[in-house]
Design a protein around this ligand. Structure first.
Ligand code: PEP
Length: 254
């Protein structure tokens, strides 16, 4: 049984007291399993406190972004060194909200991935098409461009500890998740393209997550799709019981 990776993206939610209550709730409801890796991504301001609270357990800590320089005159930015310092082991990179609202491009995604790897952080690289792109028949062109440019100049060894999240933009926070067929098709495309760009063992070693309106009621079906190795969960991860109900649907828990 391969390990499922389940990541909670809290986005811009939870001050320190709420963040601590939420992780305590997850720890209380979650059934531990060696076949499931659970990761939470609080906002930067709660990383340290949540990291301390998690230090004796199995849940891992992720940041929601990383800057590509290590230090210096970059007001408002947070480096990989600082993320390691507060206990992060993963980092979400290129989320569609960053691409849409903050000018993130495939090129900046690539720089951030290098910064993550330099600091021993596992990148969770987000890709996905908009509704317009899907309806225009461009989904696979978009995914290919995001992957090729985002992964530019990365070597096989860089992909040893790596996750890619397929998140159709039209499914994020909308309550409308992709169909099983759409998920299976996109995940197959991603795995195949990595095999072509690198090799089959590298492609098989990468965790490909689905994200977009995952909830307890649809998690089991999504997990059952081929090439789905885990989930990136936004809104539904803000409720401890609901998030643990999603975790309980993973093949590693059933
Ligand atoms: C996300 O933030 O990556 C996400 C998938 O959000 P939601 O689950 O709310 O659609």
């Amino acid at each position: 049984m391969t390990t499922s990776l389940i990541v909670a993206n809290w986005k811009l939610n939870n001050a320190v007291p709420e963040a601590l209550m939420l992780v305590a709730g997850i720890e209380a409801h979650m059934k531990e399993s060696p076949n499931v890796e659970v990761v939470v991504a609080p906002p930067f301001t709660a990383l340290y406190s949540v990291g301390v609270a998690l230090s004796d357990g199995t849940i891992k800590l992720a940041a929601q972004n990383i800057f590509w320089e290590e230090k210096g005159a970059f007001t408002g930015e947070v480096s990989g060194t600082l993320l390691k310092d507060v206990g992060c082991s993963y980092v979400i990179i290129g989320h569609s909200e960053r691409r849409k609202y903050f000018g993130e491009t495939n090129e900046t995604v690539n720089k951030r991935i290098f910064a993550a790897l330099r600091n021993g952080l596992v990148p969770i690289m987000c890709i996905g098409e908009t509704l317009e792109e899907r309806e225009g028949g461009h989904t696979f062109d978009v995914l290919e461009k995001q992957l090729k440019n985002g992964l530019a100049t990365l070597q096989i060894k860089d992909l040893e500890h790596f996750a890619i999240a397929y998140e159709p933009v039209w499914a994020i926070g909308t309550g409308r998740n992709a169909t099983s067929e759409q998920i299976a098709e996109a995940h197959h495309f991603i795995r195949n393209l990595i095999a072509k760009l690198y090799d089959a063992p590298t492609a098989n070693g990468i965790s490909i997550l689905y994200g977009g309106s995952v909830k307890p009621s649809n998690a089991k079906e999504i997990f059952a799709q081929p090439n789905v190795n885990g989930l990136l969960v936004g809104g539904a991860s803000l409720d401890a019981k609901g998030f643990c109900d999603i975790i309980a649907q993973s093949p590693g828990q059933r």
